[in-house]
Design a protein around this ligand. Structure first.
Ligand code: ZN
Length: 396
């Protein structure tokens, strides 16, 4: 039995006036998801445990069958695992965003989705000027980087910058024990970045410069029981983002690096699909994660988000379903999203998400049914993430 989960990050939404009061999932041409929904079973799923924020970390933990309340120590330690940075017992990892703040407001958590190539010299400068014994900057992808800090402060309340877009930052600066140490680093980065050549080039091209770093999501190392231990399954996680790669590493799964996987709408879909299908020749489980719908939600662009969802359907869901059918082995397929990223709020929300499951082969039936946030009623059961382990085991 092959078990396959296809995740369109942040696909869920709320009705958008610019889409005629439809959600992007409703407005999108998504024949593959609608055919899977018709041939399989529809569910609405609460992916976020009560009391925890609806971050991709917590929600993807839930989709992988882990209760974040038992394991979660923060977002950054998961990303550190994904980046292959082992955390010692006394080390704390922080997410380090390259952000654009103007007039005291969080204008862009990604500095215009700065490329990894441009970010590299910036992070090198940060490491050269601001590192010290027991505190180091680590290069990530695009605007997403890490600080690893020996005996660093765990206690401060820190804020994901993508959740405060357009808002004044003052109420969201780090607060609590040790916050002044975090603030000090953030402040020091401003001076360093002001005249940075990468920023000068960006300004000259009319692009947003990086005005400072924003530290958040800190925590010590976490450990998860692995898929081989829990389910006796081998498997692979295919993703462009360190967060989900980190969950894969911690879950004892393989995490191939796919060339051209960007975490944006221009990602190498074919490469990601090939990586998953290759893995499934010898392994039991694949988790394919596409980041772009979430990013489009954060950008606040309903039309672009609709396109990103269509690209996921056409380039990932369709090809993988067809390949599973062609191979003809028994399989279980699940299509969903980790959380909603409503265009209206340009941040995450904890409302339940639609999820479709299918056991095949079924012969690719043509019939379609709605696959959206409003499938409650006769044809969808409300679940929580706690249902997922049973589905993976084949008991649900
Ligand atoms: Zn997410």
């Amino acid at each position: 039995m092959k078990t396959v989960m296809l995740i369109g990050d942040g696909m869920g939404d709320r009705p958008c006036p610019e889409l005629g009061d439809r959600t992007p999932l409703q407005a999108a041409q998504i024949p593959w998801m609608r055919r899977i929904a018709a041939a399989g079973t529809l569910h609405l799923v609460d992916t976020v445990p009560p009391g925890l924020p609806p971050g991709s970390d917590v929600a993807n933990l839930g989709l992988l069958g882990y209760d974040a309340r038992d394991y979660y120590t923060g977002r950054a330690p998961i990303e550190a695992a994904g980046a292959g940075i082992p955390l010692q017992e006394d080390e704390v990892a922080f997410r380090c965003n390259l952000v654009h703040i103007s007039d005291g407001r969080m204008v862009d958590y990604s500095s215009g989705h700065i490329s990894s190539e441009e970010a590299a010299p910036i992070v090198e400068s940060l490491e050269r000027e601001l590192s010290r014994s027991g505190l180091h900057f680590h290069q990530g992808v695009q605007y997403r980087h890490l600080v690893v800090w020996e005996n660093g402060p765990v206690a401060p309340v820190t804020q994901p910058p993508h959740d405060i877009l357009g808002q004044e930052i003052a109420p969201y600066l780090p607060e609590g024990e040790g916050a002044e140490l975090v603030l000090e680093l953030m402040e020091a980065s401003k001076e360093l970045l002001r005249e940075h050549p990468v920023n000068q080039a960006r300004v000259a091209r009319g692009e947003l410069p990086v005005t400072q770093i924003w530290l958040w999501g800190q925590g010590p190392a976490l450990q998860l029981p692995t898929f081989p231990e829990l389910y006796d399954l081998t498997g692979t996680v295919v993703t462009a983002v360190d967060l989900v790669r980190g969950l894969g590493v911690l879950a004892g799964l393989e995490t191939p690096v796919v060339e051209g996987a960007t975490g944006w709408i221009d990602t190498n879909y074919a490469g990601k699909v090939a990586a998953a299908l290759d893995a499934l020749i010898t392994q039991d489980f694949a988790y394919v994660h596409i980041e772009a719908p979430d990013e489009c939600g954060h950008v606040g662009d309903a039309a672009l988000k609709t396109q990103a969802i269509e690209a996921f359907d056409q380039n990932v869901v369709g090809p993988i379903w067809q390949a599973l059918e062609e191979r003809g082995d028994p399989y279980k397929l699940l299509v969903t999203m980790d959380h909603r990223t409503p265009v209206e709020i340009r941040g995450h929300s904890a409302e339940p998400v639609p999820l479709a499951t299918l056991e095949g082969p079924v012969g690719l039936p043509e019939a379609q049914t709605d696959f959206d946030e409003f499938i409650h009623g006769g044809n969808a059961e409300l679940r929580t993430y706690e249902w997922i382990p049973g589905w993976i085991r084949g008991q649900a």
